[in-house]
Write a protein of this length. Structure first.
Length: 318
């Protein structure tokens, strides 16, 4: 009830401030954040207040309850980081937060407020999820993408402080960047990691030729990623439905570009390719036979458990 009231557009500023108050449950505060009347100042006030102290009237000396209060506050900050009314100041505060989930939430909403400086901070974050999301941002520059792709696969990357950290997530994240160039995409497809290849072949700039090449890869994950790309053409789909893998065949048949003829032409890898010079009607004949086993069987009256089994009411005689 209180959550619905907090989201109500007719709520007053005083009521909204009360709903955002530290004594309110997490659900009510999150609902208030979603209200269109919530301002940037409201968001800043929550951060400026810091971690709210425990209310002794509600929480009495229990460490578990105090920890829950802290967790709820961190969850609230995650919602603030993805709020449409966040500003540059809030983004920088979020990137310096001790909770990696809050830092990651900064990049989960690519609303044009992220800058290359923010991406640089995220790339050097000690948490793999943060760096993975940061390099996916549209604000990432060509140089930042190049450095991410060139990161050694041996789970090592060097931060600006000279610290060695896992680097695979940074490379995979670069393959998901919308602004990836064709040259950078080729580098991803030639990467020694199958995980990176699988992410690269799903990119919207992948060509049918590249998809066809990855469909011949021995890794099942790469072949599945290739056939799921919307850019797969009829030749790619035909190759997929003739695959020895049932999963690849299924994705090939369900592909948006698959024709009815292709969908009907799969039966243990059997298919056809035919072109016609004039309009015609193509008729397909299929013989379906079942492997039947006949037996005498048992009269159902002998398998009854109750008197209502196989009940057949008699018609009343008038």
């Amino acid at each position: 009830m209180r959550e619905n009231a907090a989201k109500n557009k007719s709520i007053s500023k005083k009521q909204l401030s009360f709903a955002l108050g530290e004594d309110q449950p997490l659900g009510v505060r999150v609902a208030a954040l979603k209200n269109s009347k919530t301002t940037t100042r409201n968001l800043e006030e929550i951060f400026n207040n810091g971690n709210p102290p425990m209310s002794r009237s509600m929480y009495i000396g229990s460490f578990d309850e105090e920890d829950q209060k802290v967790r709820d506050y961190d969850k609230l900050k995650e919602h603030i980081m993805s709020h449409p009314k966040r500003n540059q100041k809030l983004i920088m505060v979020g990137l310096s937060d001790s909770n990696p989930n809050v830092r990651a939430a900064v990049f989960q909403k690519d609303d044009g407020k992220i800058t290359p400086d923010h991406v640089e901070i995220g790339m050097n974050d000690e948490n793999g999820l943060v760096s993975h999301l940061a390099i996916q941002s549209k604000a990432a520059t060509h140089d930042q993408l190049e450095r991410a792709i060139a990161t050694p696969y041996e789970f090592l990357r060097t931060t600006t402080n000279g610290e060695k950290l896992p680097g695979l997530s940074l490379v995979e994240g670069a393959m998901k960047n919308h602004n990836l160039t064709n040259e950078q995409l080729e580098k991803g497809l030639a990467h020694p990691s199958d995980n990176v290849k699988a992410k690269a072949i799903q990119h919207h700039k992948a060509t049918p030729e590249q998809i066809g090449k990855m469909l011949d890869h021995p890794s099942l994950d790469i072949r599945l990623s290739a056939i799921q790309n919307p850019n797969a053409d009829s030749e790619n789909i035909h190759k997929a439905i003739r695959s020895s893998s049932p999963e690849v065949r299924m994705w090939g048949l369900d592909h948006p570009n698959a024709t009815r003829a292709q969908s009907s032409a799969v039966a243990r890898g059997v298919g056809f390719t035919k072109s016609f010079t004039e309009h015609c009607t193509l008729i397909g004949l299929v013989s379906v036979r079942a492997d039947l086993n006949y037996q005498q069987g048992l009269e159902r009256m002998w398998s009854r458990q109750t008197r209502f089994d196989y009940y057949w009411p008699a018609l009343p005689i008038s």
